[in-house]
Design a protein around this ligand. Sequence first.
Ligand SMILES: [Ca+2]
Length: 164
Amino acid sequence: MLIAQSMLILAVLTITSASKSESSENGWVPFRGHLYYLVRESLFRADAEARCVEMGGHLVSIHNNAENKFVHKLRDRNAVWLGLSKNGLNDTYKWSDGSPHDFPIPWDLRQPNEPWTDCIFMAYRANNLGRWSDFFCDSPDFPVYYFPSPPYTVCKKPQVNNEL
Ligand SMILES: [Ca+2]
């Protein structure tokens, strides 16, 4: 009985220390070699990228389904800017951090629907599974269902060992 109790306590301690190591104290959250930060402030796209650069990173880039799921969870149901943008009508997308555009865009329902807009974000919806939408980069008139408006921001930077 005593052994069983000791093992239970050990298990609880192990779980506690594991979950603590997954979130760094300065608000950056690690995932597979990078750190991510949810900036809870409504910003136009250019200001959002500038904020991420100030913090040593860029707007988040996403390269596979696992990373998209992670960012979707981190954003906590807020609309958030992604680092992907398009150059006018030529349909050439690029990430602000310079990484390759190697992940097929998981468009939300009825997206993309504004070919004259250049910026990409995850819209607020409880059930959209982290799919993406296009919209103007600097419109003060985001529809209310894109709450918050303009969106919050997810920044990303490489994880360096001495930062955790
Ligand atoms: Ca759209």
